[in-house]
Design a protein around this ligand. Structure first.
Ligand SMILES: Nc1ncnc2c1ncn2[C@@H]1O[C@H](COP(=O)(O)OP(=O)(O)O)[C@@H](O)[C@H]1O
Ligand SMILES: [Mg+2]
Length: 236
């Protein structure tokens, strides 16, 4: 089987400091793959490199068999890879509607009403908030908006960086439910999380990252059952 997204021997650094020491990762079409690991492990660096925000020193990222390493971020988005960054990156002074519209700015086709309907069925509260400035939304609602904005680009692959960070437990459940729904509708997902338990029960396969290296990868069922993973990431 060929991967839709593939990373080979990727080395990325900040100045003289190496953050990724030659990592490899594959995502097949239709999967939810999670990348878990402690703070500082290199998860965000990995996603930022895939989406073209960071240039690798070595190695490559391929999307649909095409090498996209070093390609500009808007070109990568245009090819079908959307990134919901850590901290969400919405425009606080713009309305919910304007944020959604901006998510589609690279598209040549017009936004269909059915796309808004889909988003409002995933996140009904966004319909009530449509005219409000995004900055007035709660943290959970901002995360919903960030995911929805990324969907407006009609991505083939969605990169999610810590979507549950800082959210109340019930909101975390909502976000993960929607991640499963988006995937069930056909979008491939690479999910970065510190919430290892939620990530592993949601994803099909997982990679565990420690200080810039992938140390384990397996089906999530196996990771959830592993003593090493339980001890290090699942609280016993
Ligand atoms: N802008 C930056 N400048 C210098 N070092 C950075 C920068 N961003 C991240 N790092 C370092 O790179 C490593 C990986 O960070 P990051 O990818 O953000 O990890 P994670 O997302 O897993 O918490 C850490 O050691 C972090 O301190
Ligand atoms: Mg991070």
């Amino acid at each position: 089987m060929t991967s839709i997204l593939s990373i080979r021997n990727l080395e990325v650094g900040y100045g003289t400091i190496a953050a990724l020491h030659g990592i490899g990762l594959d995502v097949q079409k239709g999967e939810i793959v999670t990348l878990i690991g402690a703070n500082g492990a290199g998860k965000t660096t990995t996603l930022r490199t895939i989406s073209g925000l960071l240039k690798p020193r070595k190695g490559e990222v391929t999307f649909n068999g095409q090498n996209i390493s070093g390609v500009k971020p808007h070109i990568i988005t245009g090819k079908g890879v959307s990134h919901v960054p850590e901290g969400r990156g919405i425009f606080a002074n713009l309305s919910v509607a304007d944020n959604l519209e901006l998510g589609a700015y690279l598209r040549k086709d017009k936004i269909q009403k059915s796309e808004y309907d889909r988003i409002f069925s995933l996140f009904p509260v966004l319909k009530e908030r449509i005219k409000q400035n995004a900055g007035t939304l709660s943290g959970g609602e901002q995360q919903m908006l960030a995911i929805s904005r990324a969907l407006m680009a009609k991505p083939t692959v969605l990169l999610l960086d810590e979507p549950s960070l800082g959210l109340a437990p019930q909101m975390v459940q909502t976000i993960f439910r929607v991640i499963r729904e988006i995937n069930a509708e056909g979008t491939t997902i690479l999910l970065v999380e510190q919430n290892a338990h939620m990530a592993l029960v949601t994803a099909h396969r997982g990679y565990v990252m420690e200080t810039g290296r992938i140390v384990v990868s397996d089906e999530t069922k196996a990771l959830l059952a592993s003593d090493r993973i339980k001890k290090a990431y699942l609280g016993g």
